[in-house]
Design a protein around this ligand. Structure first.
Ligand code: ADP
Length: 443
């Protein structure tokens, strides 16, 4: 920089010297001085206008010689232009690669603007949803998709669960829609639409199969149980009593499994809880804990405590929540030895509400925890069977809590105890004081 300033100053001094000599020789010093200033400014005006035209045009920039302050500016401009050309080339290459990838992806991709109108869509979106870009650019996505619940889904605070719906192009195709927010403050959204027909049909077949088999087994089992009960009531020889008792016990066990399988099928088939009434959880828990204490008394001595916020209600289906909560409370009695401390809690956790059951029982190994909600998974198969467990209880609990938009979390430490938390989001929680009089009188 210093070197350019030196050149600039020496150029100015040179011009002044030449013109002052001319002024001295012609005896016109002021005119010569004026001419020198005009010459100096003319040079700057020339390079300035050249610079302006160079900025506008794409032509090659050649810095003036000698390399004065204009040389520095021209050189910097040339360097900047070269860098931005390189960046443009890289961006173009990247954009064309992105376009090729987006075109070949079988999933439909839609980019939405901040207010929710279409900015861009790939060709798969046209095949799956009949949404074409640029034809539909700027149209609100709700007008393009006509999907019930789409607005609520897009406005939800998180998008953990996908939205499943039949394709508007062909209703036999089942699609799953997920949202990936991106951009500054995650204000823009990328919708990813996937064809899940095969998986959906497979699941449907599995559900139908389990449900049909359970229904088909129920009738013969009722007949067998009825006969066994009649026979065991009659007088029988001593050596016949034990096999009959065992047969009756096994028939009862099969009945429990079938009932649990049917309950699970029903839960899987329905999308949302069948009722959306406020459930008075504290009252529900009082009833369950009373019954649980009676069960515990049969087994031995247990220390069961209940601490429930009487004001806190959850919106949903009471019979389902009763099943989930009692499953967890009974598990704490069934899978722990006597003298175990069991605490049942229902309280607010910031804006959410949490139901929890913790015990000081034997606990569960870490590797088993993620598998507990799988159907028929039992940590100790033999012991669970003895205690009458089917291995379906926690799968049922997970489904019920999920249907109420909640989350089941399990934590445990062998030798210390286990804890089962069911957290319900803010929108499912309601205070008793917020309810209408007729809603509270129902409880
Ligand atoms: P089950 O019908 O056997 O109770 P669940 O699905 O309810 O089936 O539970 C799965 C397994 O999780 C049980 O078999 C048991 O091994 C374990 N389990 C559940 N609750 C507890 C608990 N409170 N303490 C220790 N183990 C538990």
């Amino acid at each position: 920089m210093k070197q350019y300033i030196k050149i600039e100053i020496s150029q100015l001094l040179g011009i002044l010297l030449i013109f002052s000599t001319i002024g001295y020789l012609t005896k016109q010093p002021y005119i010569a001085m004026g001419l020198s200033l005009i010459a100096y400014f003319a040079k700057h005006a020339y390079y300035l206008t050249r610079l302006a035209s160079l900025i506008d045009s794409e032509s090659q920039i050649s810095p003036p010689y000698p390399p004065d302050i204009w040389g520095l500016i021209y050189k910097e401009l040339a360097r900047h232009r070269m860098r931005s050309r390189k960046r443009k080339r890289t961006l173009n290459r990247f954009a064309s690669r992105f376009r090729k990838v987006a075109t070949s992806i079988p999933d439909g991709l839609l980019i939405l603007s901040k207010p929710g109108s279409l900015e861009w869509a790939n060709p798969a979106a046209n095949q799956l949803l009949n949404i074409s870009w640029p034809r539909d650019e700027g149209v609100p996505v709700e007008q393009l998709l006509h999907l019930e619940g789409l607005r609520e889904y897009l406005e939800a605070p998180d998008y953990q669960k996908p939205l499943e719906f039949p394709s508007p192009v062909n209703r036999a195709i089942i699609l799953s829609l997920r949202v990936a927010p991106f951009g500054s403050k995650k204000a823009q959204r990328l919708l990813v639409v996937r064809n899940i027909t095969e998986l959906y049909n497979l699941n449907q077949t599995r559900r139908d199969f389990v449900s049909n088999v359970s229904h088909e087994l129920r009738t013969p089992l009722t007949v067998i149980s009825g006969f066994l009960e009649n026979l065991s009531d009659n007088q029988m020889l001593e050596f016949q009593k034990r096999p009959f008792l065992l047969m009756l016990q096994q028939a009862e066990r099969m009945n429990t499994i079938i009932n649990d399988l049917l309950a699970l099928s029903r839960l899987e088939m329905g999308k949302a809880p069948s009722s959306e009434k406020p459930v008075f959880v504290a009252e529900l828990l009082n009833k369950i804990v009373d019954q649980a204490r009676a069960l515990a008394d049969q087994k031995g001595e247990y220390d069961i405590t209940l601490d429930a916020d009487d004001e806190l209600c959850v919106v949903g289906e009471e019979s389902e929540l009763l099943s989930a909560f009692s499953n967890l409370i009974y598990n704490a009695i069934i899978h722990t030895p006597t003298k175990t401390k069991i605490s049942v809690n229902w309280r607010r956790q910031e804006k959410t509400a949490c139901f929890s059951v913790s015990d000081t029982g034997p606990g569960i190994e870490q590797h088993a925890i993620p598998r507990l909600t799988e159907r028929f998974y039992r940590v100790d198969k033999a012991r669970s069977r003895q205690s009458g467990g089917t291995g379906l209880g926690l799968a049922i609990v997970k489904h019920i809590i999920g249907r109420h938009d909640g989350e089941l979390r399990i934590s445990s430490q062998p030798g210390v105890g286990s804890r089962f938390d069911c957290t319900f989001p803010e929108e499912m929680v309601i205070e008793k004081s917020q309810l209408q009089p007729q809603q509270t009188s129902k409880c």
